[in-house]
Ligand binder design. Structure first.
Ligand SMILES: Cc1ncc(COP(=O)(O)O)c(C=O)c1O
Length: 425
């Protein structure tokens, strides 16, 4: 059966909870053992004592180690990406940082495609090197040969690459990197390939099917889908996820039961929400691409030919609902006037919610990225990023059109004046 058919029932039996059709929130820190002998056995199993072959799963012990809401959620998440196992975290950054610390040996390198989300960039640029993990970047979309060369150089320097990290499409420029080609490079160098699948997953891209070893999500985005929770996910083989979970248990970076329960509810409508947002985005991207004040619309669905189109067709089954575009010839001040003028679409970071959100990467999500890097990867002062929600597409187009018109006609009107005008109307 397809994942959307199983999101209401899989991995849960109402008989476990007085017949409740929905799993309750297991809001408890600890679990009573039926007997002392069972308690001992659960711990032996959790700690891998006594020649564990990994086939036994521990009984419920303590919510930092395991909890029914987290386990049901993980089972359901596995279905979308056809993963053997997954681990849910308190945030996307918790999933990314815990997985790297669990899977990359000290002194080994992480090689990553740039751009990535600003927080991930800071992790790679500052925190990992501070901790003793060298990092090297390559431009998103780069050919395999260029990455092969970098991996060779890292090996020669005595800091071999242990993880090749991709965010594809890249936040915010939507540049795609060939997952299969990068996984092959990684494997040739004894490294694993990790893919942040936040932008297109779980509907439109399945990196494990293209050779990736680890898939990461900010579940705060499309999986959660309502901008009301923070969560992260790592998916991969049982062996990889077992190791990640060991670190998660000790770092305490797991998801809480209430957010897991909210995510279970969100997954029931994931396909509906994401499909609706994608259809809206396709219309809006086409409209933006024809607007005289708009240039450089970055949206996979608009690609007509070239290497990016080839990558898109190879590994994606839809364009998603993220669009980046530039206001032609605009500086920061003009872009801010556009953002301040916009109604209906909220000026906020994050993405993947039912509501549309718009933001300015250069001064917001990617403000941490060094300025010269920003320029090199196309995060210009004129660039805005739009996360398209499930509103009526005509209303979204109207909101964008009105704001573009205001900027055109009244370039010097102040933000409070826009706000007052909106209140009056
Ligand atoms: C692509 C991507 N990955 C990871 C993250 C980090 O996720 P979180 O905010 O849930 O920690 C974000 C956040 O915006 C993101 O956009």
């Amino acid at each position: 059966m397809r994942p959307e058919s199983l999101m209401m029932s899989y991995a849960y039996n109402p008989a476990w909870s007085e017949g409740a059709v929905k799993p309750p929130i297991f809001q408890t820190s600890t679990f009573a053992f039926p007997t002392a002998e069972k308690g001992k056995e659960f711990f032996e199993c959790a700690l891998g004592i006594g020649g564990e072959d990994g086939s036994r799963r521990p009984g419920l012990i303590y919510s930092r180690l395991n909890n029914p809401d987290l386990e049901i959620l993980e089972e359901r998440l596995n279905l979308w990406d056809e993963a053997e196992a997954s681990a849910v975290f308190a945030s996307g950054m918790a999933a990314i940082s815990t997985s790297i610390l669990a899977l990359v040996p000290l002194g080994h390198a992480v090689v990553f495609a740039r751009p990535v989300y600003g927080g991930t960039d800071y992790l790679f640029e500052t925190i990992l090197p501070d901790l003793g993990f060298p990092t090297r970047e390559f431009p998103a979309g780069a050919p395999a040969k260029a990455v092969e060369t970098i991996c060779g150089e890292m090996e020669a320097a005595g800091t071999p690459c242990a993880m090749l990290f991709l965010e594809t499409p890249a936040n915010p420029t939507m540049i795609m990197t060939d997952i299969e080609a990068m996984a092959e490079v990684a494997h040739r160098h004894g490294a694993m390939c990790a893919v942040d699948n936040t932008f297109l997953g779980p509907l439109y891209q399945h990196p494990l099917q293209h050779g990736a070893d680890l898939v990461l999500y900010s579940a705060t985005k499309y999986l959660g889908g309502h901008s009301d929770l923070l969560a992260g996910v790592a998916l991969g083989s049982q062996e990889i996820i077992d190791r990640v979970k060991q670190y998660r248990s000790i770092f305490g970076s797991m998801l809480d039961p209430h957010s897991a329960w909210l995510l279970l509810r969100s997954l029931e409508t994931a396909k509906l929400r994401i499909t609706c947002a994608r259809k809206n985005a396709e219309r809006i991207a086409r409209w933006l691409s024809k607007h005289p004040r708009v240039t450089n619309v970055h949206f996979p669905g608009l690609l007509e030919s070239g290497r990016q189109k080839e990558i898109y067709e190879k590994q994606c089954t839809g364009p998603g609902a993220m669009i980046a575009f530039e206001l032609a010839g605009a500086d920061e001040a003009e872009v801010f006037r556009f953002l301040d003028a916009i109604h209906l679409i909220k000026l906020a970071v994050s993405l993947g919610g039912t509501e549309s959100l718009i933001e300015h990467p250069a001064s917001m999500t990617h403000a941490d990225v060094p300025e010269e890097q920003r320029a090199a990867i196309g995060i210009t002062p004129a660039l805005v990023r739009l996360s398209v929600g499930i509103e009526h597409p005509d209303d979204l187009i109207r909101a964008l059109s009105d704001a573009l018109e205001v900027v055109e006609q009244e370039p010097s009107r102040s933000a409070p004046e826009y706000a007052a005008a909106e209140t009056l109307s």
